[in-house]
Design a protein. Sequence first.
Length: 580
Amino acid sequence: MTYIAPTTEQLFVLNHIARIDAMAQHERFAAATPDMVEAIVTGIGDFASEVYAPLNRIGDTDNPKWEDGRVTMPPGFREAYKQFVDAGWGTIDGPAEYGGQGLPFTLATVVIEALGSADMGFTLCNILTPGAIHALMAYGTEEQRQRWLPKLVTGEWNGTMNLTEPAAGSDVGALRSTAEKVTDGPNVGLYRIKGQKIFITFGEHDLTDNIVHLVLARTPGAPDGTRGISLFLVPKYRLDADGNPTISNGVRCASIEHKLGIHGSPTAVMIYGEDEDCLGEIVGEEMGGMRAMFVMMNNARLMVGCQGVQIAERATQQAQTFAAERVQSALAGSADRTPVTIDRHPDVKRMLWRMRAQTEAARALIYYAAAQTDFGKLGDEAAALRAEILTPLAKAHATDIGCEVASLGIQIHGGMGFIEETGAAQHYRDARIAPIYEGTNGIQAADLVGRKLGMAGGEGVRSLIADIAHGAGDFPELADLAEACGAVTDWLEQADMPDRLAGSYPYLTMLATATCGWLMALQHQGARAALDTGDGHDAFLEAKIASTRFYLQQIVPAARGLAASILAGDAALPPIASAS
């Protein structure tokens, strides 16, 4: 099944939700003119459908191969990645002083969406490098930026994030990797890195001639827990006097994982400093690793949220095509007993509209969060705070939507959806990892109630709820949900931590649905206005009005029922009894 980028939809959301035109009024993003934006969105859509999409099934069936510490990518991947680099798609929001175009992060998000919808597994190589760039811009020295950023920005080298260890899991503070400072000789000032990391996305591959690992480790005498962690830049190959990656650096890939999905992405077990010295450069200060890493992780969390949109878009397109072609049964209650395509049957229509509406809502949430990040860079403190609040919503809710929509795609295919040859099963398998990595969705919910809820004295969340209520317009369902969000927020602010955490996940889902409802209401208003003035494609605008109405009248009301789960608190979660 081919992928067709939803260019008109993406441009509509950029204009009505992200307010890309307002960004372009600032000198920093002045190059984001309407013509430039349209050229980027159209261009990456064509590139994704023509270059990345044909590799999606290949990567799923002909997986990356590990042998003696080296990973060989499937046929066609090296050539496609080279085209990505040569076309400059990795440079969109890269810092201009190091070879980037300096355009909004929001536009880079559209690029990643298109590539990931075409091939989610392959695109994982593209989504962590920007985080490495942001970390170096925030905490790296100028010498480090000059040395590493130009080729990270172009994608000639990719970046990885090394947190997880076998005994630590999500408890980053339990890591055992060590970093000992070199005090003499030619490598004085560097650190000897020793340890093992697992689940490292594109930790080893043959797409680039170097890989830049950002590794968390503990220096001698550092305190236990996250306070004692430092961040190090550890390249696969150190650079010679000419800046070329020619010096072996004691970095070895011990194996790659055999996974449920994302088979086109090699997930590596990495060993540092086992047989030879592995040298790293500290990024920021000793014991300042978590601050630096969070710069990278926040970027990655939005990109993982975007993966929910990617897989939902691809699954929706495939389900719509299948349903429009599959003929089965006559319409119930019709005198004409001629079989019709299944997209005319009420329950299939319900599923298709739910897939479409949820996908559009998730896209609006991701673009809005990215845009608030950009406005924050322009000095808008309220936008920066809003981006902090939105990050856990975007990561968790959008990836939940990706799983739901991929599952509905299988349902629409019926028994054939459970058969690998249709491709619907791959979407479901690929989607399932997204709620787990870059901080599980449960961790995102805990972050929301444990840290984000109290930001700015609670004003961050309350201002969002106020905007939702104000923007409800002609949809009382959204106004009711906003009121319910306000009431449970009051309760959570007074609750103790066990009660907060017990209700954290339904609260995140409730608040995210309300936020999506507000963004869909804004699109509903924008589509109606454009239809009235004849400014746009009538068929697209009518479909947008229908999908937003479906979301606001079918999905929003159900979220109000989550209040009972939130208010039940920890008492509703007794200890799990033994099965024996």
